[in-house]
Design a protein around this ligand. Structure first.
Ligand code: ZN
Length: 161
């Protein structure tokens, strides 16, 4: 298995077992997709040229920034999700959305240039975003008509500093 830093090009595979609510899931630097069209799109070029590819590449960069260890990355990911469990009472997916790694990936998934660089913004979310504030933002997001990446960029991030 390649360490996160050894992965220069993220490749995709089909995953029939993936729950349909997930479009894609990165596992050890391979993107498993529900849709074969996503697989073709990702493998077509070594460049980051889609929101999906950028989002999943950011997760690889985060793993590189989590002591370059997949196991530690997934442990921290799981721990963040567990801490977010109270958010499922607002909406079931929110425990996942408000994982610091996801907040960074969603916020920057349209900025393809971001995917080529270090991904450390998740540390800022870990430091500055308490569960209490996550609950507040989760309720606000539920009422809003925004897509999640816009909500993170326009509502959450400006209020953290
Ligand atoms: Zn993600």
């Amino acid at each position: 298995m390649k360490r996160p830093s050894e992965i220069k090009v993220v490749k995709a595979k089909n995953a029939w077992m993936l729950p349909s609510s997930y479009r894609a899931l990165t596992a050890f630097g391979t993107i498993y997709c529900n849709d074969f069209r996503d697989v073709e799109l990702i493998n077509k070029t070594d460049k980051i040229d889609s929101t999906l590819k950028c989002h999943e590449t950011i997760h690889v960069k985060q793993a590189e920034n989590t002591k370059n260890s997949w196991w530690l990355f997934y442990l921290v990911y799981l721990w963040q999700w567990i801490k977010n469990l109270p958010l499922i009472f607002i909406k079931v997916h929110y425990a996942y959305y408000f994982i610091s790694y996801e907040l960074e990936a969603y916020a920057n998934e349209e900025n393809f240039e971001y995917g080529y660089h270090e991904a450390t913004q998740w540390r800022m979310f870990e430091e500055k975003l308490s569960l209490k504030n996550k609950k507040k933002f989760a309720k606000e997001y539920k009422q809003s008509k925004m897509i999640f990446r816009d909500f993170v960029n326009k509502i959450i991030i400006p209020k953290l500093d």
